[in-house]
Design a protein around this ligand. Structure first.
Ligand SMILES: *[C@@H]1O[C@H](CO)[C@@H](O)[C@H](O)[C@H]1NC(C)=O
Ligand SMILES: *[C@@H]1O[C@H](CO)[C@@H](O)[C@H](O)[C@H]1NC(C)=O
Ligand SMILES: *[C@@H]1O[C@H](CO)[C@@H](O)[C@H](O)[C@H]1NC(C)=O
Ligand SMILES: *[C@@H]1O[C@H](CO)[C@@H](O)[C@H](O)[C@H]1NC(C)=O
Ligand SMILES: *[C@@H]1O[C@H](CO)[C@@H](O)[C@H](O)[C@H]1NC(C)=O
Ligand SMILES: *[C@@H]1O[C@H](CO)[C@@H](O)[C@H](O)[C@H]1NC(C)=O
Ligand SMILES: *[C@@H]1O[C@H](CO)[C@@H](O)[C@H](O)[C@H]1NC(C)=O
Ligand SMILES: *[C@@H]1O[C@H](CO)[C@@H](O)[C@H](O)[C@H]1NC(C)=O
Ligand SMILES: *[C@@H]1O[C@H](CO)[C@@H](O)[C@H](O)[C@H]1NC(C)=O
Ligand SMILES: *[C@@H]1O[C@H](CO)[C@@H](O)[C@H](O)[C@H]1NC(C)=O
Ligand SMILES: *[C@@H]1O[C@H](CO)[C@@H](O)[C@H](O)[C@H]1NC(C)=O
Ligand SMILES: *[C@@H]1O[C@H](CO)[C@@H](O)[C@H](O)[C@H]1NC(C)=O
Length: 661
């Protein structure tokens, strides 16, 4: 449906083993959900013949606004007491990821002893800044997933030949080893998880995932999603056409009862995520059933799923007018795309807060049906994703999970390489949305106390002030404009205390600034965060590369101002205190080595890691995927500590990225 991203192009890059599962795309058009036609009838909206994840479309950056943006922007902050419109405290792990269950092996690893180092590195980067990270494994493919005790060839997930509903969606089979894989990832990186019940068949929900999820993942299991987009169930042929919010309410009641009766489920409270509606049912129409008050003790979080746009017509003309990405690029580069979208959830954020429950955006990204070429994978999307996350946080959402599709998605935060004949351990593609998540972790930090105020005055330059305990700690400043002449660079003139605040001057003597930069909003690579990068397409092992570059700006304490330039385009995070800077600027980086190589896979043995980190403490260990070893075909590598340390040494000497370890 909106989020489905696995339509198969007959592209040579897409290897057979990725066809684990192939849900049909769905689109809401004129209030009716349409099932998209088979993959073979679809065409990529660009001329690139490879998979969408490597699409080369580069759009033109939107024109410089006329009238021009203000280039001198005074920002007056109080030194204490906050602002009247501060958000609730926001968690550093606000921005997480949603991984379609069917592609879990390609992203997490083949099984619990074949973890993929790039994924570990990508999670570790967030954890170093926010303290933890949250990932959902689910989506449409969770609905028809059944646990079995084992599968051939030590795999943990496979397509079954039983199909469901009018879309004939095949079911998935998975083994408990999927949960052991997640558990091993958690132990290494403090990743926490959301899972989903298989809700495809009414009244016959297998509890295997919650039984095993609780026993294997323990506290690393956050929520179990009870139904993914139930408002689309009748369209999918999974329920009768008159299936309603009240029927869903009844099914949740039956599930709560089933859990109560199941002695293999030790924790019966605070586990369910409901109702995860998309747009056919309003959230209010579900709240009105009494769902939350009736089953409050069972509910962990309330959730919705939403994308600001869709690109479904590119695959199915029946879905409406084909959208020309160039025409809508500007929409993503204005603050009101986010404030308009969040407006339909303001009742729900208030309702969730009144009921003491989190409200999660359980699945989102730039556009459903795989995103837009040239937008979803551009620097503009990194700025959009960050502004959308901050808008949700300001308006009372508690977290947002950005969807990771398959090879045929433009919007992936990260994409493993397309075949197992390539360097599976290193050739990942890190997309702009991953940078949004990395930066969001720094904006909010690890203290769970950041409260934000949206102080935007121009839609081309969103701005947020971040406070902890009423004192300003950071400013988040966007410039959505692309203007290489420099004429659209603006200067934020920051004053703390003094002025109209009736407080004494409190502007510090200097501030530190980290910039998220690329040459243009249309750039498809050369993204840097504080000078470091995760590389261009097919170039990443999940580690930040390059020398950290933090800009120190001397303030004018006589005038009580700090002047921070924000180029066009850029995002600038201004640290007003050294504590706020230090909390999110790791002095050492945990990275994960490739310790074992087979012909087609590069992976670490978690047992080896458990040993190797045991005596030093994980926070101080740095390893690496050694490209030197990979190209020289070191198939004799063994999973031993000495070997891992040898790789570590070679790598750091060879590529010289150890400036902060
Ligand atoms: C695709 O190729 C055609 C013919 O070469 C060209 O006219 C068109 O501009 C190309 N479209 C894109 C999006 O590159
Ligand atoms: C298991 O792997 C072998 C060798 O790669 C292959 O020939 C066989 O078809 C696989 N079995 C299944 C059930 O996938
Ligand atoms: C994972 O797969 C590898 C390679 O097929 C196999 O040797 C190993 O035993 C598997 N591990 C588990 C836990 O199944
Ligand atoms: C699924 O595969 C099994 C084993 O190959 C076979 O016995 C069964 O008939 C198949 N079911 C369907 C619905 O095709
Ligand atoms: C990883 O999973 C395996 C199960 O296959 C388990 O034996 C092992 O202890 C786990 N390792 C860690 C570090 O949790
Ligand atoms: C219920 O689910 C089980 C598998 O968990 C399956 O064997 C059985 O056929 C299902 N029953 C119905 C009525 O769908
Ligand atoms: C919020 O709830 C009120 C009262 O139920 C309703 O009138 C309004 O339309 C809702 N707003 C949105 C955006 O749905
Ligand atoms: C990928 O790996 C699997 C199992 O290791 C193997 O069966 C398959 O043939 C490989 N595919 C390619 C394209 O090498
Ligand atoms: C929040 O309050 C600040 C300070 O009063 C104000 O500048 C800003 O416009 C407000 N934000 C919104 C979205 O109303
Ligand atoms: C990155 O910058 C280099 C040097 O300007 C350029 O050659 C390259 O094409 C850029 N890469 C991308 C993906 O834009
Ligand atoms: C890091 O960047 C340097 C310089 O651009 C490059 O040579 C090297 O290959 C990169 N290393 C990794 C692991 O991406
Ligand atoms: C560090 O970043 C600043 C701001 O973007 C830039 O002007 C400067 O050239 C960078 N320094 C290095 C060494 O890259």
């Amino acid at each position: 449906m909106f989020s489905s991203t696995f339509l198969w192009f007959s592209a040579s890059l897409v290897a057979a083993q990725y066809s684990v599962y192939q849900p049909k795309d769905q689109v809401i058009f004129g209030g009716t959900a349409l099932t998209l036609t088979a993959a073979t009838s679809t065409a990529a909206p660009s001329n690139f013949t490879g998979a969408a994840a490597y699409d080369h479309t580069v759009l033109n950056p939107p024109a410089v606004p006329s009238p021009a943006i203000p280039t001198h922007v005074p920002i007056q902050l109080p030194s204490s007491g906050g602002l009247p419109n501060l958000s609730y405290p926001v968690n550093g792990a606000f921005m997480g990821f949603s991984i379609e269950m069917s592609v879990a092996p390609q992203i997490l690893g083949k099984n619990s002893t074949r973890l993929l180092p790039p994924f570990l590195n990508l999670m570790a980067n967030i954890v170093e800044r926010a303290g933890w990270v949250q990932v959902r494994v689910g989506g449409n493919s969770q609905e028809m997933a059944y646990m079995v005790s084992s599968l051939p060839n030590a795999t943990m997930l496979a397509k079954d030949n039983v199909t469901f509903g009018v879309t004939n969606t095949p079911s998935l089979l998975y083994t408990p080893d999927l949960l052991y894989t997640m558990s091993n990832i958690s132990r290494l990186t403090n990743t926490h998880w959301h899972l989903g019940f298989p809700f495809a068949v009414s009244g016959n929900v297998s509890l295997a995932i919650v039984e095993n999820g609780q026993s294997i993942l323990g506290d690393y299991l956050l929520g179990i999603q009870a139904g993914n987009e139930p408002d689309l169930y009748s369209t999918h042929g999974l329920r009768p056409s008159n299936y309603s919010q009240y029927d869903y309410f009844g099914e949740i009641g039956a599930l709560v009862q089933q859990i109560a009766n199941d002695s293999a489920v030790p924790n019966k409270n605070n586990i369910l995520v409901v109702p995860s509606v998309q747009v056919l049912w309003s959230p209010e129409s579900v709240w009105n059933t009494g769902l939350v008050s009736s089953y409050s003790s069972s509910i962990y979080a309330l959730a919705v799923e939403r994308y600001p746009n869709d690109n479904c017509a590119a695959k199915n003309p029946a879905a409406g007018q084909v959208v020309n990405p160039q025409d809508v690029f500007i929409d993503y580069l204005q603050h009101n795309i986010s404030t308009n979208l969040v407006a339909s959830y303001l009742n729900s954020t208030a309702f969730a807060h009144q009921n003491g429950k989190p409200l999660m955006m359980f699945e989102t990204n730039s556009a459903s049906c795989s995103g837009f070429p040239g937008i979803s994978n551009s620097f503009g999307a990194a700025l959009w994703g960050l502004d959308w996350a901050l808008t949700m946080a300001y308006n009372g959402f508690t977290s947002a999970l950005f969807h990771v599709g398959g090879q045929n998605s433009y919007y992936n935060p990260f994409t493993p390489p397309p075949t197992n004949q390539t360097k599976f351990g290193i050739e990942w593609t890190v997309g702009p949305i991953y940078y949004s998540a990395l930066v969001m972790a720094e904006v909010m930090g690890p203290h769970n106390q950041s409260q934000i105020s949206d102080i935007t005055s121009d839609i081309s330059t969103p701005m947020y002030a971040i406070f902890e305990n009423g004192a300003p700690t950071k400013l988040a400043l966007f410039n959505f404009v692309t203007d290489p002449t420099g004429a659209s660079t603006y200067t934020a003139v920051i004053s703390i205390g003094g002025g109209s605040t009736n407080q004494s001057n409190a502007t510090p003597s200097q501030v530190q600034v980290k910039y998220l930069l690329a040459p243009s909003v249309s750039s498809k690579g050369n993204f840097t965060w504080a000078g470091q990068t995760l590389g261009d397409a097919l170039k990443s092992d999940g580690r930040l590369n390059g020398t950290l570059n933090v800009t120190t700006i001397q303030c004018d304490q006589t005038a009580n101002t700090c002047s921070v330039p924000v180029p066009a385009p850029a995002f600038a995070l201004v640290f007003l205190t050294s504590d706020s800077f230090n909390a999110v600027s790791p002095t050492s980086t945990v990275t994960f080595p490739t310790s074992v190589q087979t012909r087609s896979h590069f992976y670490i043995d978690p047992n080896m890691l458990a040993t190797s980190y045991g005596h030093t403490g994980m926070q101080k260990v740095r390893g690496a995927t050694s490209s030197g070893h990979l190209v020289s075909g070191a198939s004799s590598l063994h999973p031993s500590l000495s070997c891992a340390l040898a790789i570590l040494t070679v790598t750091l000497a060879a590529i010289g990225v150890a400036q902060r370890w």
